[in-house]
Design a protein around this ligand. Structure first.
Ligand code: HGY
Ligand code: MN
Ligand code: MN
Ligand code: MN
Length: 405
């Protein structure tokens, strides 16, 4: 498993020692192709679906029983780590390979899946892959959203060889007939380390609202425009970023709000900035609290713009509600840990995951393994081999119980 993880991280390895594997780019396509060939070597029936997800199937003897899916995502953030998503993809396919070799045909079909995209790191939309399978992403969206070079998701998808149809018919994306979804993933936080536990059993996944904010003022000469006569979009945006942090601090945990990207359009040192775009990522475990904070914050940003003679326009790119993981599957994970003497605990996830989209559809659960220093979305991301292996064995145990029991 460790070798496969290392190999996968070479696809998209960037100059800063991280991994950048953005949806439908060459490193992404090469990595998905490697996943397919590994799955085939493990004896799974593997192929792409119509938008670029990869499924590796271990057919069961009772096709009338609903299959269990297990997997994660293959895309990464820019300059990310080698474990976020990829560990779940590798562990899932190797778990099915191990079960096939050790126990033969399961009763229930088991499917390992490598979702094409979860991060929303190239396009202002997350969960394109799992959203397709759970029927929560329309193809219309693919024509409407574009990356920072203006390439639409649909164009990028087609350039990578996917057209979201099967034999010319709009691909019947949504799958209703799923018995359960299990995702193993790095914690991306430091609770497990702090509590000295090797496995985390996720209780709920945080809700997320992601927006893009356009701030417009008027660009002007930096030398001849008196300070009081400026409509400086960057100074305004800077005040908005500061108020975002201040309001989030005042709201207190578990609310978090982040401005991850800020761009001065046509920025030049001797021009008063006229156009600025920045992103907002707001999260909370409670839906009403998340919505209320979002409304309060946007109202505040409007006030700042008004006072400064600026205008702002916000576009909501993502609204993912908080989702509880299923008790039955979670208890099975806990029992597997107890049987193996693995120290474990229940905890919420502050990161979003594909399991968030399966939660409303079918019994879903997540297994976490510790992130050293709680670091993720960074080349410093690291998990000890012993913890990866403990997670893997726990996943195998639960899949064996549901697949062969
Ligand atoms: O942003 C997240 O929470 C996840 O890593 N996509
Ligand atoms: Mn992830
Ligand atoms: Mn991530
Ligand atoms: Mn995930």
């Amino acid at each position: 498993m460790l070798e496969e993880l290392e190999e996968l991280s070479s696809y998209g390895a960037d100059a800063e020692g991280g991994v950048t594997r953005l949806l439908y780019t060459d490193p992404w396509l090469q990595a998905q192709r490697v996943v397919i060939s590994k799955m085939q070597q493990l004896g799974l029936e593997a192929n792409f679906d119509a938008v670029g997800n990869v499924f590796g199937t271990l057919p069961g003897s009772q096709p009338e029983t609903k299959p269990i899916l297990t997997g994660s995502h293959i895309d990464t953030v820019k300059n990310g780590g080698k474990y976020d998503g990829a560990f779940g993809v590798v562990a899932s396919m190797m778990a099915l390979g191990y079960l096939k070799a050790a126990y033969g045909t399961p009763k229930r079909t088991l499917e390992a899946v490598s979702f094409c995209e979860e991060e929303g790191s190239r396009f202002p939309l997350a969960y394109w892959g799992s959203g397709h399978v759970t029927g929560t992403r329309s193809l219309l969206l693919a024509t409407e959203i574009a990356d920072q070079d203006g390439v639409t998701l649909l164009e990028a998808m087609r350039q990578a060889g996917f057209d979201a149809t099967a034999n010319g018919q709009p691909y019947p994306a949504k799958r209703e007939f799923i018995g359960g979804y299990i995702e193993i993933h790095i914690e991306q936080g430091s609770i497990l380390t702090y509590k000295k536990k090797q496995i985390g059993i996720v209780t709920a996944i945080v809700g997320q609202i992601r927006l893009t904010v356009q701030v417009s003022g008027s660009s002007n000469h930096a030398g001849t425009t008196p300070m009081r006569m400026r409509k400086d979009a960057l100074a305004g945006a800077a005040e908005m970023v500061a108020i975002t942090e201040q309001m989030a601090l005042e709201a207190g945990e578990p609310l978090v709000a982040t401005v991850g990207r800020l761009e001065v359009k046509r920025g030049t040192s001797n021009v008063v900035p006229g156009e600025v775009e920045f992103t907002l990522d707001i999260r909370h475990t409670d839906e009403p609290e998340m919505r209320t904070f979002c409304v309060r914050l946007l109202t505040k940003l409007e006030e700042i713009a008004l006072r400064r003679g600026l205008t702002i326009e916000t576009v909501q790119n993502l609204h993912a509600s908080p989702v509880a993981m299923q008790e039955g599957l979670s208890n099975a994970i806990e029992a597997a840990c107890e049987a193996a003497g693995i120290q474990n605990m229940r905890l919420p996830s502050g990161a979003g995951h594909d399991a968030q989209l399966f939660g409303p559809l079918c019994p879903s659960a997540m297994i976490f393994v510790p992130s050293v220093g709680g670091i993720s979305h960074s080349p410093e991301e690291f998990t000890e081999a012993a913890d990866l292996i403990a997670g893997f064995h726990t996943l195998v145990h639960v899949l064996h119980q549901y697949g062969y029991g």
